[in-house]
Design a protein around this ligand. Structure first.
Ligand SMILES: Cc1cc2nc3c(=O)[nH]c(=O)nc-3n(C[C@H](O)[C@H](O)[C@H](O)COP(=O)(O)O)c2cc1C
Length: 187
């Protein structure tokens, strides 16, 4: 049975994720792209993966420089997520820092910089496996994405390192305001 894209999107939308902006810099050009197809892969060596659509304007910058950075957005950064997914946000000011020549976004809860280890063509996307060579994180709740909408994570701890060990503790229920902005047309 062929899989209808709409059904696939609905189904995969049940998989809640964080939201990142992947950035790259090459030939004095910089670009950022909102991405939730980001995942941790390996602790030793430290590897992460990001899937970039083949028409993505960031692709030649990642391939030209062999590097990319990931900023994990904070729960108040929905406008940033929209901006870097091609939806203009009039009046939005985007703050950058520079790490190893790579732009990272001010206000994020975590940053990583990576060297591309492998690029794997995968349908209409390319998978970039990155070896993490620097990281930073802070207290704060992440922005999340579920069923095409952005959510905060009210009820989640600001500093997850202070949580008790997982064993014998049932997962707390996370409450909070309902999701907002409908994102109708990704990808
Ligand atoms: C929440 C969210 C997650 C997204 N995740 C990805 C992703 O993982 N990979 C991707 O290629 N595009 C993803 N997109 C779409 C890109 O952000 C969008 O196509 C963007 O316009 C690409 O930048 P460009 O137009 O400058 O190439 C996502 C968009 C949103 C809103």
């Amino acid at each position: 049975m062929p899989i209808a894209p709409r059904e696939l999107r609905n189904c995969l939308g049940r998989f809640a994720t964080g939201v990142t902006v992947v950035t790259a810099s090459h030939d004095q050009r910089e670009h950022g792209m909102t991405a939730n197809a980001f995942t941790s892969v390996s602790l030793d060596p430290p590897l992460v993966l990001v899937a970039v659509r083949n028409e993505g304007r960031i692709k030649p910058l990642i391939e030209g420089s062999g590097r990319f950075a990931v900023s994990v957005l904070a729960e108040d950064q929905e406008p940033i997520a929209l901006h870097f997914s091609g939806r203009a946000q009039p009046g939005l000011e985007v703050g950058f820092g520079l790490k190893e020549g790579l732009p990272v976004l001010t206000g994020a809860v975590a940053h990583l910089t990576c060297v591309v280890q492998q690029a794997l063509p995968a349908g209409d996307h390319t998978l970039y496996l990155g070896l993490v060579d620097w990281l930073w994180y802070r207290e704060g709740r992440p922005l999340t994405f579920f069923a095409g909408r952005f959510f905060g994570l009210e009820g989640a701890p600001l500093d997850p390192t202070e949580l008790p060990e997982l064993e014998g503790v049932s997962a707390p229920r996370l409450g909070g305001p309902p999701g907002h902005t409908l994102v109708a047309d990704y990808p």
